[in-house]
Design a protein around this ligand. Structure first.
Ligand code: ADP
Ligand code: ZN
Ligand code: ZN
Length: 752
């Protein structure tokens, strides 16, 4: 489930090194030569002093400054700290050709750093992840219409002139002209030589086409219209709204109208999506509603586009940005709305590098720029549900599915009586249901949240299991890749033909199901069916995944086999059956959120069935049909589930009724990791003073990753306790030996 351990924080101890000037200095102008302080993106625990350049400078200016032999990116933060005598200060190299950082963003970075115990410089790094900023504004060669008509009119030349007409006489690049006019580049060059076109330079980063909120949206249902009206009343001021409604109830349609409202006021909007595979469908809906595509920000976007979007966010040259959580750190000129779609999704919690929850940070940022937040979900996180319950957030419900589509009927298949044959995972009941769908020409989805062929590969002769050499994890067989793979670190190894321990030939043998094994069974059960597998590791690129999803939506498969990837908001109109192969997966976790996650996931995936005009059926294979979570899902009693879960958490003083923080110590030496953990546990005074409890140190559930041992402590505090300040005081005196590192995870979502 976890991906990307790629980025490691360069900080040895973020909690200790973080300096937290939560109060940002007021805007100030600096005359040439005047000392000032600069926040850089370098892993330093302080501001650096420089002298203002010839051009002068002001607070918020993005600058290039010398640091040792290098030139680095920074932001003018305020008056000089005075650490060095003015005479020794080097001058700022230059002020970059981008709008200065606004107070709102400076305050956001400072508050977010303070909350997550992250060094402010690392926050600036997040906010400037657009390559080429330092390189200055690049220009491209463009053409405009000249005075002289072409010497001789040809079809090709006529077509070029028509293209300029169509674009209202705008300056165009050769590429744009040749593509739109269907002519070769030499036509353009000849016309330029003759004076029919005039060559010039234009900034490379062009504004995005203006989205037109005046275009007609869909006619809204009463529920939808009421929600849109309620959001309209809140516009222009900070406020958070939970928009709750089952999948297909028309939430997207509602928040698109909130976007329209925001654009009409001349402000910018941001829509966060949890999954890059979802963006394509959403971009199309934006285009249908507003006439153009929005700006896009996620890992699949080219470097050039990133830089363009960063600049345009700052200049107001983009109205709507759609993106992943890091789009929250763009330098918007005037952000008026943030939508967090599928707000409960665990991918909003960044678990690598800076440990932040994009949903919570969205609320923080909005509070600093008078923006609205819309949290959309069919199955909100318990935190959000409670905030709505207590009136901190407004709650808007969409009650029915849009149009005729009904929620699927849900039934349990009791695996204690309806057992699948040994080595198979599809029960008779589920099998019959799929066969019926095949005969009716409808789609089925078999959901199993486990990648690969089998979770365990063991030796029949001696019981040996292949472990990852770097991690505390079993290697998972992936037949598609013909390798064993570690799901923690991604390491792969060949599948052994003989047992590595007892050397018995052909004794290695898979236990339990993964999606690949389920596919094998499916093909054997229904040889005539078209089967598609959706699992994140089976797609080389986001594009390939998008195409596969689109093809399935059009009906290119009869049976879809999928991991949690399919649970996320895709539209499969022909799908009428969802079989949850192992509904118990996730119920057993020691994780605080096991019940909540299982509930959300199963509800969500069941919501894939019967979206169009055909009723759907969801079958849950389970050994515990009486488990309260399974019962709540079957009865469709969402509120009942949340009430029970909230009561349980309240009794235990667990979030959202109490606060947690994880302390994770890692080291190549297990001894040193424990030493640091023990040192913390031995001096808990700062924590005790705020009434917090300290648990651990203990080996983390995943005790070793990439050769580094992992030791955890858990802090539990009352809701109002000043947790961050206490943790800072607690870890401050700690000496970290060798290559030991410490990270603090405020409001942890997972406990690996
Ligand atoms: P959700 O975001 O809650 O899953 P969507 O907004 O995607 O729901 O709506 C589900 C489907 O119903 C979509 O295909 C959408 O285009 C359609 N739909 C929603 N509201 C309307 C409406 N007012 N008029 C026409 N179609 C609508
Ligand atoms: Zn063996
Ligand atoms: Zn590993």
């Amino acid at each position: 489930m976890r991906k990307g351990f790629g980025r490691v924080i360069p900080y040895r101890n973020p909690a200790r090194k973080v300096f937290c000037p939560v109060e940002i200095p007021p805007v100030q102008s600096f005359a040439p030569g005047q000392p000032l302080s600069v926040l850089t993106t370098q892993p330093l625990d302080r501001l650096l002093d420089y002298r203002a350049p010839e051009s002068g400078a002001q607070t918020g200016d993005f600058v290039e400054v010398p640091l040792g032999p290098r030139k680095v990116l920074g932001c003018v933060w305020g008056a000089a700290t005075g650490e060095l005598p003015v005479a020794r200060l080097r001058p700022v190299e230059r002020v970059l050709d981008v709008p200065p950082m606004r107070d709102e963003l400076r305050a956001f970075l400072a508050r977010a750093a303070d909350y997550t115990l992250t060094p402010l410089s690392l926050m600036l790094f997040l906010a400037t992840r657009a390559p080429g900023l330092i390189g200055g504004q690049a220009t491209v060669r463009v053409y405009r219409l000249g005075e002289a008509p072409p010497a001789r009119m040809t079809d090709a030349r006529r077509s070029v002139l028509d293209t300029f007409d169509a674009y209202g006489g705008a300056a165009l690049t050769v590429g744009e002209i040749t593509r739109a006019a269907g002519v070769s580049g030499s036509v353009v060059h000849t016309m330029a030589a003759q004076g029919a076109l005039i060559e010039g330079e234009a900034p490379k980063d062009q504004p995005y086409p203006r989205l037109d909120p005046a275009r007609m949206g869909k006619a809204l249902s009463d529920d939808q219209a009421a929600a849109v009206q309620a959001l309209h009343t809140g516009a222009g001021a900070f406020g958070v709204t939970l928009l709750k409604g089952v999948t297909g109830s028309g939430k997207t349609e509602v928040y698109l109208e909130a976007v329209a409202d925001c654009l009409r006021q001349g402000r910018q909007a941001l829509v966060l999506l949890p999954e890059i595979g979802l963006t394509e469908g959403f971009l199309e809906r934006v285009e249908a509603r507003f006439g153009h595509r929005p700006g896009e920000w996620h890992s699949g976007v080219t470097m050039t586009e990133r830089r363009r979007l960063w600049r345009m966010a700052a200049q107001g040259g983009v109205g709507l940005v759609v993106g992943a959580r890091s789009a929250l750190f763009l330098p918007y000129r005037d952000l008026g709305l943030i939508v967090v779609d599928e707000e409960h999704d665990s991918s909003y919690k960044q678990e690598d590098g800076v440990l932040y929850n994009a949903r919570d940070m969205a609320v923080l940022r909005a509070s600093l720029c008078d923006a609205q937040v819309v949290l959309a979900s069919a199955t909100p996180s318990l935190e959000t549900w409670v905030n709505a319950e207590t009136g901190k957030y407004r709650r808007l419900d969409l009650h029915a599915r849009f149009g005729v589509a009904e929620l699927p009927e849900m039934r349990a298949i009791d695996l204690r009586s309806d057992k699948a044959p040994s080595g198979r995972w599809v029960s008779e009941g589920l099998q019959a249901a799929v066969t019926a769908r095949l005969q009716a020409g409808e789609q089925s989805l078999l959901f199993l949240n486990r990648r690969g062929y089998a979770p365990v590969t063991t030796c029949r002769a001696c019981g040996f299991q292949v472990q990852c050499e770097q991690c505390d994890a079993r290697m998972v067989e992936h037949r598609f890749l013909n390798r064993l793979m570690c799901h923690q670190c991604g390491a792969t190894a060949p599948i052994p033909t003989a047992c590595p321990q007892c050397k018995t030939e052909g004794s290695m043998h898979p236990i339990g199901p993964g999606v690949e094994r389920l596919e094998e069974e499916t093909r054997a059960l229904w040889p005539e069916a078209r089967v598609a597998v959706l699992s994140s590791d089976l797609f080389g690129s986001a594009r390939a995944l998008k195409e596969q999803i689109a093809a399935i939506a059009r009906g290119a498969a009869d049976i879809v086999i999928g991991t949690q990837l399919v649970a996320k908001g895709h539209n499969f109109p022909l799908l009428t059956l969802v079989g949850v192969v192992d509904a118990d997966l996730g119920l057993h976790g020691s994780d605080l959120r096991a019940a909540e996650r299982t509930f959300q996931l199963i509800r969500q995936v069941a919501g894939r069935a019967g979206r169009a005009d055909k009723p759907g059926l969801a079958l849950l294979q389970t050994h515990q049909p009486d488990h309260p979570v399974i019962q709540a899902i079957l009865n469709g009693d969402d509120e009942g589930f949340w009430r029970a879960e909230a009561a349980e958490r309240q009794m235990l003083g667990m979030p959202p009724y109490g606060r947690l923080a994880g302390i994770i110590v890692t080291s190549t030496s297990l001894e040193q990791a424990f030493e640091a953990g023990n040192a913390l546990a031995a001096h808990p005074d700062p924590m005790l003073r705020i009434g917090a409890q300290v648990f651990g140190p203990a080996p983390a559930p995943i005790a070793r990753v990439r050769g580094r041992h992992r030791v955890r402590l858990l802090v539990k505090a009352a809701k109002g306790a000043p947790l961050q300040a206490a943790i800072r005081a607690w870890v401050h005196p700690l000496k970290l030996p060798g290559d030991t590192r410490l990270a603090v995870d405020i409001d942890p979502q997972s406990f690996w």
